[in-house]
Design a binder for this molecule. Structure first.
Ligand code: PLP
Length: 393
């Protein structure tokens, strides 16, 4: 199909150059799943009306939105009415934190970790300016926060909520969420989890987890961008944040992105069926092949709980930016730290919090794979790294 936007004409050229490209940056955005694309197109053709309109067309759209909510609920063992669709995780996290703050008049402390995504840190910085006390717990050398430290900081008389990253986007470190969720629920302190990197990588059973709020983002597991969700468990102290309409049962104003929601639900259900251990085996095989081929590679969090698809590699004596450019020239897409902070020259605060030196942090690249990545793909990456790293040293 021809692009109709004039500015997009050179994309046709880029597409023809891209046939043997190797995409290893799934934590930035996962490739679109066919099931998501199919239901998205179908919905644009047949469910395009405003889901809040009372006519037949509106009802058709609204039925699709209900089906999407039902799918999220069934996939996670939760209730459909507990899911609020948003434009993505940045919005979900804003809604969770401002919503918790608005609902907890009088309490002023928010407990968090040094491993949070930039959007969480930005909301907390704003709340700090408004007079909230932000208590940050540190990270272990392998990137996890310590639930015991979180609990110590969570005085029920003072604490609005705790907000914690479940699985880190830069390192893949998975922190122990189960016990802290139980303990905070007992103390009636809402726990918000940034679960953006969880779907499609590790199981996500919210029926068995006593979290209060959970944020997800469609494009991290194969849905289009511009759609995400916030799970707010019934009984959680939370007030709507985006105001001005009755959509999402008055919990999130703005015309619903129905096609995005159904595409996200389809991708979410499929991502839950991925063989996580097969991905972990491929990743482990890649890491040992690389460490045998090239000296001076530190694999962050190796041997500790981490996402099966993520390798954060600190490459001694090499800056990540020129290495990424050389890989890109050779047809391979990986990233350094999180995509949201690439383009900045400051070392990642998450890597520094894990005790890396600024030089080690600057030398860190992230390889993140998915279920369509093969051993042959990763062998190709090892071979290219084995040429490019010595050339840059
Ligand atoms: N949280 C984590 C852990 C992420 O990886 C990201 C995206 O990189 C976000 C939040 C923000 O998600 P989005 O850009 O989809 O709003």
């Amino acid at each position: 199909m021809r692009c109709i936007l004039p500015v997009m004409e050179n994309l046709d050229q880029m597409a023809s150059e891209g046939s043997d490209r190797l995409y290893l940056d799934w934590n930035a955005t996962a490739p679109t799943r066919t099931c998501a694309k199919d239901v998205w197109i179908d919905c644009l053709e047949d469910g395009w009306a405003n889901a809040n309109s009372l006519h037949q067309e509106g009802k058709r759209a609204s039925a699709r939105l209900d089906a999407a909510r039902q799918t999220l609920a069934e996939t996670t063992n939760t209730q459909p009415g507990e899911w609020v669709f948003t434009s993505g995780a940045t919005e979900s996290i804003h809604a969770a934190l401002y919503g918790a703050a608005n609902a907890r008049g009088g309490k002023r402390r928010i407990v968090t970790s040094q491993g949070e995504h930039a959007c969480t840190r930005a909301v907390l910085a704003d709340l700090e300016e408004q007079g909230y006390e932000i208590h940050e717990v540190g990270l272990s050398r392998s990137g996890q926060w310590d639930p015991f430290e979180v609990l110590l900081a969570c005085d029920p008389a003072l604490t609005v909520c705790a907000t914690l990253i479940w699985a880190n986007n830069e390192t893949g470190a998975v922190s122990p969420v189960e016990e802290i969720a139980v303990q905070l629920r007992k103390r009636r302190i809402p726990l918000h989890l940034d679960a953006v990197q969880v779907p499609g990588r590790i199981p996500m059973d919210l029926g068995a987890l006593e979290s209060g709020m959970v944020s997800i983002s469609g494009h991290k597991f194969g849905a289009p961008k511009g759609i995400g969700a916030l799970h707010v468990r019934r009984g959680t102290a939370w007030a709507p944040w985006m105001l001005g309409g009755e959509q999402e049962r008055s919990r999130r104003a703005g015309t619903s992105n129905v096609a995005g929601a159904v595409a996200m639900a389809a991708a979410f259900a499929e991502a839950a069926r991925v063989d996580f251990s097969a991905i972990a085996s491929r990743r482990d095989r890649f890491e040992s092949a690389l460490q045998s081929a090239v000296p001076g590679i530190l694999v962050l969090g190796q041997g500790t709980p981490r996402l099966p698809n993520t390798s954060a590699l600190s490459v001694e004596g090499v800056e990540s930016s020129p290495l990424l450019l050389r890989l890109d020239d050779r047809g391979i897409a990986v990233s350094s730290g999180s995509a949201c902070t690439s383009g900045r020259t400051d070392p990642s605060p998450v890597l520094l919090a894990m005790g890396l030196t600024p030089a080690q942090a600057h030398a860190t690249i992230r390889v993140s794979i998915g279920e369509t990545t093969t051993d042959a793909d990763l062998d190709r990456l090892v071979a290219v790294l084995a040429q490019e790293i010595p050339a840059l040293r």
